[in-house]
Design a protein around this ligand. Structure first.
Ligand SMILES: [Zn+2]
Length: 247
């Protein structure tokens, strides 16, 4: 007899299996990323029909099998319906799920990543926050949680914490006014430096409490895009769609 479990998490992806079932990938608080089988999830009257869809967040009741989990019931507390009704939000959201899926590991502690994903989807639903900003904050913070991110608090050439004025792609981090020319750094606005420092240092709960100017967002996006391309060896299908839509 396998163990009965209650796991709190979010559906990252769902694919149909056979005629009536689904295989889903869940990001859970207790077990990290897991793969689960939702029997009958495509039947009209199945209690899992609404639950076994991307974005569904809640408690999933399951049995632990040998190589996978069998999900038999779920209590969903947030379906993120607003996102699915908003074309732009839905594409951003799908990208967030794919990005989180890339970083999440099985049986590892992914509580912070789950918390970040939840907060970031909520931020996408907030009409006062530019979605593009939410995207870059989410990307950078995911990389921070994973432990590989740019040095934003001191000069990567001399170690000074004062007058950080540029970014060196070769050094993967900030450069001070003194070292700018030698480090061949890209000049940055002070607000861009501060924005990146804020994202790295601030707890997830307080992350989505600011907006920035177009100019700052463009600089932040340029640095983060290049950093991601250097450190992430996967092409994200959802990102290609997002970029082709130019939203
Ligand atoms: Zn320096």
């Amino acid at each position: 007899m396998s163990e009965k479990l209650e796991l709190t998490g979010m559906v990252l992806s769902a694919v149909p299996v056979g005629e009536y079932d689904k295989r889903i990938v869940l990001l859970t608080k207790e077990r990290g990323k897991i793969s689960g089988f939702a029997k009958g999830a495509r039947r009209q009257n199945s209690p899992l029909m609404a639950a076994a869809k991307p974005f569904s967040f809640g408690i999933f009741e399951c049995y632990e099998g040998r190589s996978s989990y069998n999900i038999y019931q779920a209590q969903i507390s947030n379906y993120f319906e607003k996102l699915s009704l908003d074309f732009e939000g839905a594409y951003y959201g799908m990208y967030f799920l794919e990005f989180a899926d890339y970083y999440a590991r099985e049986n590892s502690d992914e509580k912070e990543l789950l918390k970040l994903l939840y907060a970031s989807l909520r931020a996408l639903e907030n009409p006062h926050l530019p979605k593009k900003l939410v995207r870059y904050v989410f990307e950078l913070k995911t990389m921070v949680i994973n432990g590989e991110y740019p040095e934003v608090f001191c000069c990567t050439a001399c170690g000074s914490t004062e007058q950080l004025r540029g970014y060196s792609h070769a050094g993967n981090g900030m450069v001070c006014a003194e070292c700018m020319r030698e480090a061949r750094a890209e000049p940055l606005l002070e607000s861009t430096v501060f924005t990146m420092q804020y994202v790295v240092a601030t707890p997830v709960e307080k992350l989505y409490t600011f907006t920035v100017s177009e100019e700052v967002l463009a600089e932040f996006a340029r640095i983060q895009d290049r950093f991601r391309k250097t450190y992430v060896d996967r092409k994200f299908k959802t990102l290609e769609i997002l970029e082709s839509l130019q939203i």
